[in-house]
Design a protein around this ligand. Structure first.
Ligand code: ADQ
Length: 723
């Protein structure tokens, strides 16, 4: 069975050692939930560090391996030195601050880098130990950016995906890294590179172009003999888990206890890891000034400040903690009253029921990071609010701001904006709160973390498919022999042949391109041993004049007219509305991945609107949507029109493919071949069953399986059928 190998710095379980005893502790992160959906389809293995330094578990590694094996996990053991240099060092003192634009905190240390390389190698070894030829490998985050290329060198064909959970910075920032080329090269080992937002994807592509000169179109890089896809996949949450929290008795109990403490006051909730990127100090500052500016709210509001301890070994984190402690003390000292504490401060991790109880109690959640890849707290807050009440204040520097546009969006560096947003939030009518939140909930409900993970893997498969198509073209002699022998060994044979450019060269005037005697003889001979259909864009009278006497089927005017061998010409009737069921899900998929876009449905058409989409994103998505839907729309007889900031799908129902279906569905064929040379023949190629051979004349992007240089090769092949 094909395996799915997930690789991340930390495993979803930790190994603890207390009183000499080894224990396994599961952590229920969003990522684990999203990936859980694959456990049925693949035999999954998760590779990562179990969170304890090797020195502490000497002689116990075998036991640990066995324990982890039961959880479908395989460990990468890190020494104390690795933890210092690879994890706290290069990952968290170099990459983390750099990618979050805190260049003043970045440490460039060669020994950190060397260790980062060697730990990535260690991870590669662990993956190679378990990976088979077809396994899917999905690598996560900034600690493992060299891993994709290390794996690619040993596993040339495996699908390898990479997802970055933090921002990718603009080139001017990224270039300051002395090992920038190595990092980009490392990532280019992947087939699909995913980011939370389109901006990050663009910045990455920019760095690829500036450092290596590889251009990209529609997020595709032609890297040596491989196509690499780069795209945005905004990570979601386990929506139902949060939406159902209010029904959980443990949560309800917790809500009551918080309520008793805060009374009827409006609750302002701040939740983050204790990290300088999260803007905690700036938020506190703004709250302080808010109480100065609007003293009427003193005693009427309360802030609950939750900060999860994080990376406290790193100097900046330790000093941030100190500053936050001081600031909270100062605000409480300055504004507090005997019966009112402006800030309740919790410096700890909370279990799910206590965290969601806080989300439920909160009236306002200012989530104002200075930079954040996505920010899941914002999404969790909105999902938990099933009654629709509550106001989210969200930093425009968080990836989530691209999706959660019902929030009050602020620049986290502006005290004024924060202060005014707090006031607006406190005074916002309930009706407006509900309206804003319902809109955001709809989105979060659809694009869950499971949906996100499945979407990523689906695109990864598509990239592999694209790579295969791109490589397996050119009609070789060997394939030609196979086709001829297949033809000779079958009884029911169907040949669907375009005319101009495929059986005959182009002439200066269309009327000059008459079939020569040899061609007529060839078609006649073929028609004795197979059903031959000329699938042309020409008018029916010309076709009749040239081929009317042969025993062949004819399709004229790109599928408007059809004629069975020996019968009269007839017109094809247009389709009804069944096609909508095939097009709609794809448009919905694009709505999910393109914030600001929506679908309009009319009686006989579907319209995808993108007026409100960020300009660059719109350009990419429109191109992508059109190329994805071109074939399908054509097969279904649907016309795709470019409108003013819309792409419209209409029922017209005429093309070569649709007309050809008449012949394809006539009986059970055991040999089928189609040949054509231009865009209208793509419709023909796309309706063919899998077993059919399709040949495109002249190289180019095509759904045909093979290509040949000119019409001469097509004719040579057909000659071989009757020789
Ligand atoms: P983080 O920087 O950790 O993640 P975030 O996305 O907000 O940021 O995730 C934090 C998680 O921790 C949330 O699921 C939240 O519920 C939980 N949490 C917060 N406070 C807690 C508390 N006191 N007790 C227990 N749990 C708490 C990185 C990137 C983000 C990106 C995610 C996912 O920095 O930008 O959104 O990865 O890709």
């Amino acid at each position: 069975m094909q395996k799915m190998i997930i690789v991340s710095n930390r495993l979803p379980v930790s190994i603890l050692k207390t009183g000499g005893k080894i224990k396994v502790k599961r952590s229920v992160g969003g990522l684990a939930t999203g990936l859980g959906s694959f456990y049925k389809d693949y035999k999954s293995v998760w590779i990562g560090w179990p969170g304890i330094a090797s020195e502490r578990i000497r002689g116990e590694k075998t036991v640990i391996r066995e324990l982890l094996d039961e959880e479908n996990c395989a460990p990468v053991f890190l020494s104390q030195k690795d933890v210092e240099k690879y994890y706290y060092g290069f990952s968290n003192k170099t990459l983390w601050p750099l990618f979050h634009y805190f260049t003043q905190f970045v440490i460039y240390d060669d020994s950190f880098w060397k260790n980062y390389v060697s730990v990535n190698r260690e991870f590669a070894r662990a993956v190679l130990k378990v990976a088979d030829k077809d396994d899917i490998i999905w690598v996560h985050d900034y600690q493992l950016m060299l891993l994709p290329m290390m794996l690619r060198k040993k596993l040339p064909d495996n699908p390898i995906g990479f997802f970055l959970h933090i921002p990718f910075p603009a080139f001017e920032v990224f270039r300051t890294l002395p090992w920038r080329k190595e990092i980009i090269e490392g990532l280019l080992g992947a087939d699909l590179i995913g980011f939370h937002t389109y901006d990050y994807a663009t910045y990455f592509l920019d760095s690829v172009r500036r450092l290596f000169g590889y251009e990209s179109t529609l997020g595709r890089i032609n890297f040596k003999d491989r196509i690499i896809k780069v795209d945005a996949f905004p990570m979601g949450i386990d929506y139902d888990k949060f939406a159902n929290a209010s029904k959980d008795p443990a949560v309800q109990k917790s809500v009551k206890s918080v309520r008793r403490t805060v009374g009827e006051r409006k609750v302002i909730l701040s939740v983050d890891r204790m990290d300088y990127t999260k803007g905690i100090l700036q938020r506190l500052d703004a709250y302080d000034k808010f109480l100065d500016t609007y003293p009427q709210y003193k005693g009427k509001v309360t802030m609950i400040l939750v900060a999860v301890p994080s990376r406290s070994h790193v100097e900046q984190y330790a000093s941030l903690k100190k500053s936050v402690d001081q600031k909270v003390g100062a605000i409480n000292g300055k504004h507090g009253m005997i019966d009112w504490t402006p800030i309740h401060y919790l410096y700890r991790s909370l279990p799910f029921n206590r965290l969601t109880a806080l989300y439920l109690v909160a009236d306002i959640a200012p989530i104002t990071p200075l930079r954040d890849g996505m920010n899941l707290v914002a999404k969790e807050f909105i999902a938990t609010k099933t009654d629709g009440r509550g106001v989210l204040i969200l930093s425009e520097m968080a990836g989530a701001a691209k999706e959660l546009d019902g929030a009050l969006i602020v620049n986290p560096n502006s005290d004024d904006e924060l202060i005014e947003a707090l006031k607006t939030a406190i005074e916002m009518p309930v009706k407006e709160q509900v309206e804003r939140n319902r809109m955001m909930q709809e989105r979060l409900k659809r694009y869950t973390v499971t949906h996100w993970a499945q979407d990523f893997i689906k695109v990864l498969h598509e990239v592999k498919e694209m790579q295969r198509n791109y490589l397996s073209k050119k009609l070789t002699e060997e394939v030609e022999e196979k086709i001829v022998s297949h033809f000779k060994n079958s009884k029911e044979r169907l040949l669907l042949l375009d005319y101009d450019g495929t059986l005959i060269p182009f002439s200066s005037k269309p009327s000059y391109a008459k079939p020569d005697k040899r061609l007529i003889a060839l078609l006649s001979a073929l028609s004795e041993v197979s059903e031959v259909v000329i699938v042309s864009g020409r008018d029916k009278d010309t076709l009749e004049r040239w081929f009317g006497k042969l025993n062949v089927g004819l399709i004229g005017e790109h599928g408007v007219w059809i004629k069975d061998d020996g019968e009269n010409w007839r017109e094809i009737m247009p389709l009804e509305n069944e096609w909508k069921a095939s097009i709609r899900p794809i448009l919905e998929y694009y709505v999910d991945r393109t914030p600001g876009s929506f679908i309009e449905e009319k009686p006989f058409s579907l319209v995808w609107h993108y007026r409100n989409v960020q300009k660059e994103l719109a350009i990419t998505r429109v191109g992508e949507l059109k190329s994805v839907l071109a074939n399908l729309a054509a097969n279904l007889g649907v016309e795709m029109l470019d409108g003013n900031k819309v792409v419209e799908f209409k029922n017209v129902g005429i093309n070569k493919g649709r007309a050809a279906l008449h012949f394809i569905n006539k009986k059970k064929w055991d040999f089928m071949l189609a040949a054509g040379d231009d865009v209208t023949d793509e419709d023909l190629f796309s309706v063919l069953p899998n077993y059919a051979y399709s040949i495109k004349v002249r190289r180019g992007i095509s759904v045909a399986k093979y290509d040949v240089e000119s019409y001469i090769q097509v004719r040579n092949l057909l000659e071989k059928f009757v020789r």
